[in-house]
Design a protein around this ligand. Structure first.
Ligand code: SF4
Length: 185
């Protein structure tokens, strides 16, 4: 089964989602969620050229490596290296870092010289920089093997039950809830 940037995002939220998706369950996507992802592209491009001064900006390139696929929102090109960049429209800081590390890994495996990735929070007007090096590469490989274990049904979860109440897979998952904790085993 292919691993994508969405798989990584879901794994960062909860490994059980990866297991459920490998069984064929899919999250219901609401209009509000689609609206939340829309950003004003022209404004973003102007900002990126003015502040980061790349040679060029490539929109939504697709990178593949073995059973992995991923597409950052943009790639900024410089003379000797490239920088992936994701744009986030919401004000909440979810864990977007793992997804960006995954894009860096994919680009690295494609022989592209990458040193860092960027996450641009439009409404906060803030750019988060993530370094990429050998240790990060090994970290992503560790995450990928955990994702493969989850796809094969080996998942144990103990977490704050509030995460489950906000999860789009709750009706398929039905975790055991005891007090403030949710369990899947
Ligand atoms: S309901 Fe809870 S345990 Fe189940 S997939 Fe969602 S976050 Fe994970």
């Amino acid at each position: 089964m292919t691993i994508s940037g969405i798989t990584i995002k879901h794994f960062a939220y909860c490994p059980q989602i990866v297991r459920l998706e490998s069984m064929g369950f899919a999250e219901r996507v609401s209009e509000a969620m689609i609206e939340g992802e829309r950003v004003e592209k022209d404004k973003v491009m102007n900002f990126l050229y003015a502040t980061l001064r790349p040679l060029n900006i490539i929109g939504k390139p697709i990178f593949r490596y073995k059973d992995l696929i991923g597409s950052p929102d943009y790639v900024l090109t410089y003379p000797n290296y490239w920088v992936p960049l994701d744009v986030k429209s919401g004000r909440k800081r979810y864990d977007h870092k793992l997804q960006m590390k995954y894009y860096l890994y994919l680009m690295d495996m494609n022989g592209i010289n990458v040193k860092e990735g960027l996450i641009y929070y439009v409404s906060l007007k803030e750019i988060v920089r993530l370094n990429y090096n050998y240790a990060e590469r090994r970290y992503v490989e560790g995450v990928l093997s955990k994702i493969r274990e989850a796809m094969n049904g080996r998942v144990k979860v103990v977490q704050d039950a509030r995460k489950c109440y906000n999860c789009g897979f709750y009706t398929f998952c039905r975790p055991k809830i005891k007090g403030n904790l949710a369990y899947v085993d």
